[in-house]
Every structure is written in C-alpha cells, then in structure tokens.
Design a protein around this ligand. Structure first.
Ligand code: FUC
Length: 801
C-alpha cells in the first residue's frame, strides 16, 4: 500500500495503457467483485434472518415506517392492514428555482471584518459580517415530499398474526397477516433497474382483494386526475421558500394492474373489487435537469418509464430489482457473532431497547449493514447525493430544510462508502462537488475577489454556495475543501489514474482560492482563513467568528498535501504545487493547550467556551476523517486529542455520537468505542425503524455508525492497513468479507477468542502493503489480482503459503 512515487507512476502508465477507462462510473463498474472468499450474501442459511428488520404491528408514526429507495425515488412503507400508506419522495423535488443569493456588500466589507478580527473585536466583526456577508435570502431551499400512495382496504378489520419486515438483502418490504379467513401478503420495493415503485397485494383465496387506491400530495399546487382507465396522474408545482418562487413541475403516474375482479374510478380514486391479486406501479419525476436547468418534462419521463415497467411481469421486475440491489449490497458480509435466539428473534425495536444490556452482537452487524443499505438506496450513480435525510422526508418544511450541511453531515454520509465497497454510491457526491466548483467560482470572485471556487457550510439542489443562516454558523469557507477529501479517498481506494486526472481541476480550483485568500495573522504570523469559524462553536469572546480555526488548518494541510502529490503524479502545475508547499508550512500548527487538550483555535480558549460539551468536534477532524494526528506517528498529539474528547464528553446528537465512535476507534480504545456505539444504538438515538435520531431523524448518524463499526474492525491510513484495531470484548469471534482498504485492496478477516485467525488481502492493481496487527507489522508486495493470506502466530503476522 505504501507506493513509492516511481512505483505509482509505473502503475499509472501501465493502467493508462491497458485501460484508457472513462468515467468514475466506468471505473467503479470495473472494480473487481469483492475479494471475499466467503459465500455471497444470502447464501448462508441464517443470512435472511440476520439481514431483516421486523415488527409485530403496522407503523403508527413515520419513524416506524420502513424505507425503500433506488437512489432517486424513496418510499416509506407503513404496513397498515386496513389502510396502507407509502409516503413518497423524488430526490430533485426541492422548493424554489435557480436563484442568486450573493450578498452585494461582501467584498467591500471583507477587509474591515478581517481588521476587526485581528484586533480582537470579534463581536463587532461578526455583526458586520452578519450585516454584509450573508446570502440573500439567508436560507436555502428545502427538500420536499412528493406525496402519498394510499390504499384503503374495504373488508379488512381485525388483523391476526401480523408481521412486517424489511429484507435488506433483497431491499423488499413485506407485510403478512390473516384477516377474515384469508392470509394476506403485501410486498413493496423501489426498483433501480426499472425506475419505479412496485407493490403487490396477494391473498391465499381467489377473488377476495378489494381496495380503494389514491394519490395525495401536501403541495398547494398539486392535483390528481385520471390517467387512462386504470391509472392516476399526480401533477404539481414545487413550493416557494424564503422569497424564492417555485419553478419545478413534478409528476407521479400510477398504474393499477388487477388480476381478476373489477376496476372502476370513484371520487378521484380507483376502486378494485374481487381481485385475486393487484399490482401497482408508480413512476415519478420533476422538471429538474441540472442546478441551472429546469426544462425537463416530468410527464413524458413518467409515461415512458411506466410504459416500460408495465410490460414486465411482477417476477421479472422483482428479479431485476434484487439483482441490481445485491450487486452492491452483497459485496460485504459481516458476522460479529451469533445472538441467542431469544434475543435475535425479538422485534427490531425491542432489540434496540436492550442492546446496551449486551448479548446481541448480531444487532450491531444488522445496524452496520443497514447503513450500507441506506447508502445504496439514497445515492446511486446519476442521482442526487444523500441529503440530511437521505431521500426520505414527509414534511414541506423539514428540519434544516433536509438539504446539505457540509460542515460534517454530508461528509459523514459518505464516511462508510469506500471501506464498505460502495464506491459507485459516491458518484453523486463527486458530481455535486464538480457543480459546486462551477457555481462557487462566482461566489469566490464576487465575495472574495478570488480565483478558484468556494462553498460555505450548506448547499442545496441549486448548488448555492453563499454563506447562510448567520455568520456564527455559515461564514466558513472550508466546506468544499472538506468535500474534496471524498474524491481523494475515491482515488486512494481505487487508484485509477484516469480518475485522478479528471478530478484534478476541482482540487486545483479549491487550492487556488485558498492560496489567494489566506492572510497573515499579525498576532501569530500564520497564514489563516479569515473570517471563519470552528463549526459551529462559540469562543469566549462573544462570537464564533474568528481567524484560523484549527479545523481549517487541518483541512487545508490535507488539501495542499494532496494537491502537491497529485500535481507530482500527473506531472502538472509544478508552480502551484511549489506555492502550496510554502503555504502549507505556514498554516497554524497543531497546538496543545493548558488543559493538555488539542486547541480548537489558535488561542487557548477551549476551557472558557460557553458550551464545553458542544456536539461538533471540529478540531478533531485531524484524527478521523483525516489521519494527520494518529496514535502511531504523533502519539503526543493523539493524547491531546484524547484529552479534548474527554473534555467534550460522549453525549451528543446522533451524528455527534457517530463521530465520537469513529474517534475512539482511531484512538484504539475498543471498550470506549463499544460503549459509545451502545449510546448510538439505543432508543434515544435510534428510532424503531433504525433511522438515526439527531433527534429529529437525520441520516448521518446511521452512516457514522456504519463507518465506526468498520473502523473498529479495519482501518487504513498512514500507509498501513490495521487489522482489528479496536475489537471490543463483546465480539470475541466473527468474520467480515469484502471490506476495502487504501491502496486498492480487498480485505477479509476472521477472528476467534478475540484474536485474529486469518486475514486475506487482495490487490487490484498491485503494490506494496504494510499490514499491522497488535503492533506487529508485515510488509508484502502483491501483483495485480494477487491475494495473500495472513495469520497471527502468537508473536507476529505471517504469510501462509
Ligand atoms: C449542523 C449541526 C446540527 C444539525 C444541522 C443539520 O448545523 O450543528 O446539529 O446536524 O447541521
């Protein structure tokens, strides 16, 4: 994994000669199947049960409903016996239209804001920034629901033997029950293969299914009409928000396909009587084409998709759906140990309620896989990236607009992606970064008079890049630079030189912005971001606005270092690289403060802040997601970071706990990591449907949880791969297959009695790898496609023949 520059370049040239591959999509598709050596998901006899969420009653609130999605279309399935509801989303249905929020007075105010900051007049600086530097409007556009598919069953009263479940391996929601002497089975899925929501209602007696079917929407400008004899068409316009008028049209088209019985229209609904079986297919779209283009035709798109889907029989739709889902989902298998049947057999919410009592390792594995499931369902090539709620939202005005908060939340959504073999799911994020680089060029020029591009702490469907909410939250220029770390990771886990060539302009543009806007802090001599904040923490001087917060220095240290490396590998932009090398050395250094903590700011303010247990741990960015501070190479700084974490405490929002989990795993404190996982996997932070509770629902905690569990089992940073670095006592035996490590490698692990039994490392492209277990290192060189099996002989790691 540690490649010299020469080896890397050699690999680069060879790969270029062979592949000449194209897009990230192509590269990702060419990614070798997981190097597991274990059977594919679903093959083990207990795999079905281990990958299922189940409940003995229908949902009574949204956070009990079960999420389905194909990256673009989302459905929350309530599983009601008499009255079923599928709450629907389409991932481009945001309020508003393309708009320009750039504050006209920002550029003129910038020197004075800086002067006030360097004079220690923070509150005045923040007030001026609030008056002159915030976007107009000071908010961005909310993500909005599409509507509901409502099914009212005419003859169902009491339900017996009820069960509903979500099968993660097939991405299929099923409810079964008996009513009036008939056994009912209802299935639902959202197909990526056929771009539709599919529902089937069956019974074990012929001619007994009767229901009324409707489409509803909360949008003010929406209506339902007949669509042929057996369909409904919901059409509408998105909402206005914060003074920006709606400019998107949307459509959802439903086709009702009964077998037997009669069908008729009644009061804007469709009524089916006496059917043996009913299949419902629904497609949806908006007129959104790109962040600056709303000229799409949702009625034509939904018609074409529906016409194609209705030609396929149910079994063919289901088969194509399951195959496409498993292609991604089946790559990783996680077995953290069996839970006894009396625990494993409990409804999923009951298991969450008792997880802290111990004895349920399989729930941790289920939770891990649920995060992978959610990413596959909310972020696929061509879709929007997963927002604060993935793609699932039932409110016209959701919390924080259910958009993109890029000072931790969007990044955390993608933390588990690479190590969990879901590289394709990162494509929407990569595309968003490219679009932000376009849109943020205007913001860089007009707000800062600078080249390159910038985006602050939020963005939305329209890729707006100006600061919002208020200076104390929003005036933070480093959001884009942090997002770029995911593009770096895509390179580092895949090592496709073509990819690097393609994304280099995005890195270069970000670096150019900072090279032009870093200013010398007269108090410290460092080159700093100003104005900025340490998200979203107030310092002791009555403001959050400051100069040179530690997090910015850490992010820029990564960005500049990566730029220097990429420029060297590609043999381009040597002059910029040389400038960045000088600048990197002048960034504020890591500092240890008087409580032994890693300082959050250039000044030792940490112990005087109004909120000492703040949810954000921005200055610990250096540990994970970064690795510039770590227990091996910088133990003193790692100890200071640990001290900071102790002072901050573990109690936080869902994502806040998720971040702490990853931090404790990196600090190799397995026991603490496990206790923090138990805080996350408790009813306070996990809803009955396993959605993360900020509260309210916010999906980042799910992804932080999946990433944290992965980090307990496998880490790769600093040129090494670490096996079982934070394995808790609660998981003495287990195995995982199909994980990925930096350097384009697949990793399988098996352990017993708390000790590694065997690891298998497979290299995609060839290279040298350093593997570490219990402080002992082994170096090995692998050819492309070659695998090595490693064992622990009690003293060191050895390679088996
Ligand atoms: C940031 C966090 C909040 C919340 C919001 C969406 O502002 O500080 O906790 O997660 O994003």
């Amino acid at each position: 994994m540690r490649l010299t520059r020469r080896e890397l370049l050699k690999g680069t040239a060879a790969a270029l000669a062979v592949a000449g591959s194209g897009s990230a999509g192509a590269a990702a598709a060419a990614e070798p199947a997981a190097s597991t050596g274990v059977p594919a998901a679903g093959a083990a006899p207990d795999a079905g049960a281990a990958l299922t969420l189940w409940y003995p009653r229908p949902a009574t609130q949204w956070v009990e409903a079960l999420p389905l999605g194909n990256g673009r279309l989302g459905a929350m399935v309530w599983g009601g016996g008499r009255s079923e509801r599928l709450q629907l989303n389409e991932d481009t249905l945001y309020a508003g239209r393309p708009y320009d929020p750039t504050p006209p007075g920002a550029l003129a105010a910038l020197p004075e804001v800086r002067r006030l900051l360097f004079a220690g007049r923070y509150a005045e600086a923040e007030a001026l920034a609030n008056a002159q530097m915030m976007g107009r409007p000071k908010k961005q556009m909310p993500y909005q629901p599409l509507g509901d598919l409502r099914l009212d069953f005419l003859e169902i009263a009491e339900l017996n033997g009820y069960r509903r479940e979500l099968d993660l391996d097939r991405a299929l929601a099923t409810s079964t029950f008996e009513a009036r002497g008939m056994q009912h089975t209802r299935q639902a899925f959202v197909s990526a293969a056929d771009q539709c929501v599919a529902v089937r209602l069956t019974g074990d007696r012929p001619g007994r299914i009767g229901l009324r079917i409707g489409l509803d929407s909360d949008h003010a400008e929406a209506g339902v009409e007949a669509d042929g004899g057996d369909g409904l068409l919901l059409r509408g316009r998105n909402g206005d928000a914060f003074g920006i008028e709606g400019g998107l049209r949307f459509a959802a088209r439903l086709r009702v396909l009964p077998r037997g019985g009669t069908l008729r229209r009644r009061d804007g609904r469709i009524e089916v009587l006496g059917a043996d079986e009913v299949v419902l297919l629904l497609t949806a779209a908006t007129s959104f084409r790109r962040y600056d283009d709303t000229g799409g035709d949702p009625e034509a798109i939904t018609r074409a998709q529906l016409d194609a889907a209705v030609r396929k029989p149910w079994d063919a739709l289901l088969e194509a759906h399951v195959a496409e889902h498993r292609r991604l989902f089946g790559r990783v298998r996680v077995d953290l140990g069996q839970s006894p049947p009396e625990i494993a057999g409990l409804p999923t919410d009951a298991r969450v309620a008792r997880f802290a009592e111990g004895g349920d390792p399989a729930l941790a594995a289920l939770y891990h896989q649920f995060g992978r499931y959610l990413l596959i369902c909310s972020s696929r090539p061509g879709t929007q990236p997963a927002n604060l709620q993935g793609i699932w939202n039932d409110l016209l005005a959701p919390p924080w607009e259910s958009k993109y908060t890029i000072n931790i939340n969007t990044q955390m959504n993608y933390w588990p992606a690479e190590a969990n073999a879901l590289a394709e799911c990162v494509e929407p994020l990569e595309r968003m970064v490219a679009e932000l680089a376009e849109a943020g060029t205007d913001t860089a020029r007009r707000m800062y008079g600078a080249p390159g591009w910038v985006v602050h702490h939020n963005t939305d469907l329209w890729r707006r890049t100006a600061p919002i909410d208020g200076a104390q939250w929003g005036l933070w220029p480093t959001g884009g630079a942090w997002l770029l770390q995911h593009l770096w990771d895509r390179w580092d886990y895949g090592r496709d030189p073509e990819y690097l060539r393609r994304v280099w302009p995005l890195f270069r543009g970000a670096a150019e912005f900072f090279a032009a806007t870093l200013v010398e802090d007269p108090n410290t001599g460092a080159m700093v971001t100003a104005p900025s904040i340490s998200p979203e923490n107030e310092h002791p001087h009555g403001a959050a606005l400051c100069a040179g917060p530690s997090m910015d220095a850490q992010i820029l240290r990564d960005l500049f270092g990566q730029c220097i490396e990429i420029a060297g590998l590609l043999g381009v932009d040597a002059e910029l690289a040389a400038r960045l090398a000088v600048l990197r050395d002048r960034l504020p250094p890591h500092r240890v403060g008087r409580a032994g903590q890693l300082q959050e700011w250039q000044h030792d303010w940490d112990m005087e802040v109004p909120e000492i247990h703040h949810r954000h741990v921005s200055h610990l960015y250096a540990l994970p997601p970064s690795s510039q501070i770590n227990v091996r190479d910088t133990p003193a700084l790692a100890a200071a970071a640990r001290r900071s974490l102790e002072i901050r405490g573990d109690e936080a929002t869902g994502w806040g706990i998720g971040w702490r989990l990853n931090l404790w795993a990196r600090l190799r404190d397995a026991g603490r990591a496990y206790r923090v996982l138990a805080m996350l996997l408790s009813p306070a932070r996990t809803y009955p449907n396993l959605f993360d509770a900020h509260p309210p629902f916010q999906i980042d905690g799910n992804f932080g949880g999946t990433s944290g569990i992965t980090e307990m089992l496998l880490q790769s940073w600093g040129g090494s791969i670490f096996l079982l670095p934070a394995l808790p006592e609660a998981w003495p035996r287990g195995k995982v297959g199909g994980l990925r490590a930096r350097g384009a490698a697949g990793v399988d692990l098996e352990w017993e009695g708390g000790r590694l039994r065997q690891a298998r490392l497979r290299s995609d492209r060839g290279g040298r790898y350093r593997v570490e277990y219990r402080g002992q290192e082994l170096e090995l060189a692998l050819e492309a496609g070659e695998a090595a099996v490693l064992r622990w002989d009690g003293r060191g790691l050895v390679r088996s023949a």
